[in-house]
Design a protein around this ligand. Structure first.
Ligand code: FES
Ligand SMILES: [Fe+2]
Length: 419
């Protein structure tokens, strides 16, 4: 349980808030690069309570600038890109990715020495990695963008799935350190949704939560498992500050504002040995719907089920009314780490997990239960021996609504019969 004031501190993310300032110290994934390589390379983005526009100009530079034009505030989403920068469609002002105003057509025509002083617009750096676009909204200089080891893996089919989740980011992130919900939400409830009756999923018998440089690791033993199992020897990672890493995929809970979150998930599926070498030219990006036509949340897929839990807690979960127990040790650890890092930052020091050395950021290994499969690969016949891999070949179970063209690309990459 938290006081209302502490709950506010965890959940408010706009400019000028403590948590907003902390989260701005870290690169945040905001889109897939392939979203901007089509006909419309301009996308409106709301991030940490700020309205922005993301674009890729003809020179291939990414920009993330104020959504409103520095002239008289027209919407830059309806502008167009040029060789360098983006031009407003109202009176043609041109600005670049640094926020510099390059052209003011009427002034440039009529005034021999036009001054553009004071006409800069807000601009944030953007970097591409593994098909994702990351933005940094904090004080300069920006830290290094962490290149997690899975981003360097080869011979894999990657895809990015986005979902608009109408609730605060922190309740989504608490789910990253909550092993027991797998038993109930995904196993027992999943069985009910498929028409089953019994609460027959293997029970959790033992939990352990550990902190490390890049977040928390949770470990568990369930009925039928032992401490020799990789779920106990390796575990899964609640990635600091707002990610989740499960061995072959990442999820981030990116705050849009206090009451909305962009769920960003990045998936890697190693192609069978016989398909190597495999080079994926373009990482597909798609949006997963979360509501059915009847207005109820979609419950058929794993992350959609998680979303039912997150939104069910309210737009901003009321933590003055909860009852934490021993299953929630990881959640309590995570909250106290956030409070501590806010204090560190407010004392003028660098909060944890920020990387300043390019070498250190180049390939960061994380605890990974699926390392051999993802780095060494196996023959197609061996996928059948592993229930998770077998299932993964058959269908994409993480998010509802995978588009047929993404399924076709996956099937072609894997060399299996489609769709
Ligand atoms: S409002 Fe954008 S150029 Fe005038
Ligand atoms: Fe889950």
């Amino acid at each position: 349980m938290l006081t209302a004031a502490r709950n506010e501190m965890l959940t408010r993310v706009g400019p000028g808030t403590a948590m907003g300032a902390l989260l701005r110290r870290y690169w945040q994934p905001i889109a897939g690069a392939s979203e901007l390589d089509g006909k419309n390379p301009i996308k409106p983005v709301r991030l940490l309570g700020e309205d922005l526009v993301l674009y890729r100009d003809r020179g291939g530079r990414y920009g993330l600038i104020d959504r409103h034009c520095p002239h008289r505030r027209a919407d830059m989403t309806y502008g167009w890109i040029e060789d360098k920068g983006i031009r407003c469609s109202y009176h043609g002002w041109l600005v670049d990715e640094s926020g510099t105003c390059l052209e003011q057509p009427y002034e440039d025509t009529t005034n021999p020495k036009p001054s553009k002083a004071g006409c800069e617009t807000k601009a944030y750096p953007v970097k591409e990695c593994a098909g994702l676009l990351f933005a940094y909204l904090g004080p300069k200089p920006a830290p290094e963008l962490p290149v997690w080891e899975p981003f360097t893996w080869r011979n894999g089919f990657r895809e990015i799935v986005l979902a608009d989740v109408p609730c605060n980011w922190f309740q989504c992130q608490e789910n990253s350190c909550d092993p027991v919900h797998f038993e109930w939400m995904h196993d027992n409830w999943g069985a009910r949704l498929r028409g089953g009756e019994a609460n027959a999923a293997p029970k959790h018998l033992k939990l352990k939560f550990e902190e490390f440089e890049h977040g928390f690791v949770y470990k568990r033993v369930r009925e039928g498992q032992s401490e020799q199992d990789r779920y106990w020897t390796v575990g899964r990672v609640a990635l600091w500050p707002n990610g989740f890493y499960l061995g072959s995929h990442f999820e981030w809970r990116v705050p849009v504002d206090d009451e909305n979150t962009l769920s960003v998930a990045w998936f890697f599926m190693r192609v069978p040995k016989e398909r190597e070498p495999y080079v994926q030219e373009r990482v597909p990006v798609w949006k997963s719907p979360i509501r059915a036509d009847d207005g109820r949340w979609i419950t058929s897929h794993v992350i959609n089920q998680d979303i039912v839990a997150w939104v069910g807690q309210g737009r901003i979960a009321d933590r003055t009314k909860e009852n934490l127990r021993s299953s929630d040790v990881g959640i309590a650890m995570m909250r106290s780490r956030f409070f501590k890092e806010i204090e560190t930052m407010e004392a003028g020091k660098e909060p944890g997990g920020i990387i300043r050395s390019a070498n250190a950021a180049a390939c960061i290994a994380l605890p990974n239960m699926a390392r051999e499969f993802n780095t060494e690969g196996v023959a197609l016949a061996d996928y059948d021996k592993d229930p998770i891999l077998r299932q993964r070949l058959k269908q994409f179970r993480h998010h509802y609504g995978q588009p047929p063209e993404v399924r076709r690309a996956f099937v072609a990459a894997m060399g299996i019969a489609g769709p």
